[in-house]
Design a protein around this ligand. Structure first.
Ligand code: ATP
Length: 358
């Protein structure tokens, strides 16, 4: 029997609630399948850890998870700690050194979920957004001078490398090629940002020549936000920079019904390092501890993790179970307008897995 070593980092806020629900569901899947099991190591890193130790994770944190098969992450963020510390101290401190340069965010409207866009269903909205996840606007290049004085100045320099842009665009073309519509939209802002964004456009054109069967087009990010709302059916696979895709994928999650549903994978496609899987939502302190966090984003995240591990049947079984549960309004949490609790949704998904003939 195969054993997958999973590093679970629940983090803060509802991260702990949804990750434990995710682990319960993974265990149920493994039992149902019989061919593999999970060995889950829990790491208590995050805001509470920071309050005790002055850092978000131990100095040798990455070494502790370096040899796991995958990382299941909840959320990092704490009301008493500035966001840039929690982000750079944990999530980015893992993503960047582990070269998880491809951030993949599928969005579609699951059965039973109503989009805020009138009449839009899964037929019109079925996208995958690919976010460059290792450089660009979040490269961390910049600084502050004359801090606190009236002369103060600050810079954040967006850093794009040819190799970095090439690899994400190639990844995006490959993913687009693997989907039925073979359709890719490359998003930039090359009218106003006339250096790096123009380089993106040039590289997209070069890489496109390797994929003659993929239809592709270019969009400026501002126009893209309009197209996502007005013509969702015209899109399929989308690739954009770290910042642009960060924003567009929150919009996508909202259009698909709730931030609580959307999953993401931070992939190191070469598999030199473990990849990291997380729901896209944050710590949601407004609902922490109330038992009402929607765990569906984490379950869908687990589907992506199973796919990455090569457990395709288990991945389909879980997705199927999740869709059967979302189709039933009794299992909608308050973010979807329902009254269900995290535990109700989790139990329903486990029951659907146990009764699954997929
Ligand atoms: P961060 O800065 O960590 O991304 P944020 O406050 O900007 O956090 P979220 O924590 O994701 O964003 O929360 C935004 C809103 O969405 C909150 O009102 C929160 O309650 C709601 N929300 C987010 N995730 C879920 C979920 N899984 N279930 C229910 N509601 C959720």
């Amino acid at each position: 029997m195969k054993t997958y070593k999973i590093a679970a980092i629940p983090g803060d806020g509802i991260g702990t609630e949804v990750v434990s629900a995710g682990v319960e569901v993974l265990d149920a899947l493994a039992k149902r399948d019989g061919g593999f099991k999970f060995e889950v190591d829990n790491f208590d890193w995050g805001g509470e850890y920071y309050k005790k130790h002055g850092r978000m994770m131990p100095d040798n944190g990455r070494e502790q998870i370096r040899n796991h098969d995958a990382i299941l992450f909840g959320s990092a963020g704490h009301p008493e700690i500035p966001d840039h510390i929690t982000l750079w101290g944990l999530r980015l401190a893992i993503c960047q050194p582990f070269d998880q340069y491809a951030n993949v965010r599928p969005t579609r409207i699951l059965p039973g979920i109503v989009s805020p866009l009138r009449k839009v269903t899964n037929k019109e909205l079925d996208w995958v957004i690919i976010r460059e996840n290792s450089e660009g606007e979040y490269a961390g290049v910049g600084g502050r001078v004359h801090q606190g004085s009236s002369l103060e100045a600050a810079t954040d320099v967006a850093m794009f490398t040819r190799a970095g842009v090439q690899r994400i665009i190639r990844f995006a073309f490959k993913l687009a090629q693997s989907r039925p519509r073979k359709l890719l939209t490359v998003v930039t802002k090359s009218n106003a940002q006339r250096h790096a964004m123009v380089m993106w456009d040039e590289i997209a054109k070069e890489v496109a020549a390797e994929f003659p069967d993929v239809t592709w087009d270019k969009m400026l990010v501002d126009a893209m936000s309009v197209r996502m709302v007005m013509r969702p059916e015209s899109l399929d696979t989308i690739v954009a920079t770290n910042l642009h895709a960060d924003i567009l994928s929150d919009l996508a999650a909202a259009l698909a019904g709730s931030l609580g549903i959307a999953p993401t994978a931070n992939l190191n496609p070469e598999r030199d390092f473990p990849s990291m899987f997380e729901p896209i939502h944050g710590s949601a302190f407004d609902i922490t501890g109330k038992g009402v966090a929607n765990p569906v984003g984490t379950f869908w995240t687990a589907v992506m993790m199973l796919d990455h591990l090569g457990e395709r049947d288990a991945a389909s079984r879980l997705m199927n179970a999740v869709e059967r549960v979302t189709a039933d309004e009794r299992y909608h949490t308050p973010d979807l307008g329902g009254k269900a609790r995290t535990a109700d949704v989790t139990a329903a998904v486990i029951e659907a897995i146990q009764g699954s003939n997929v």
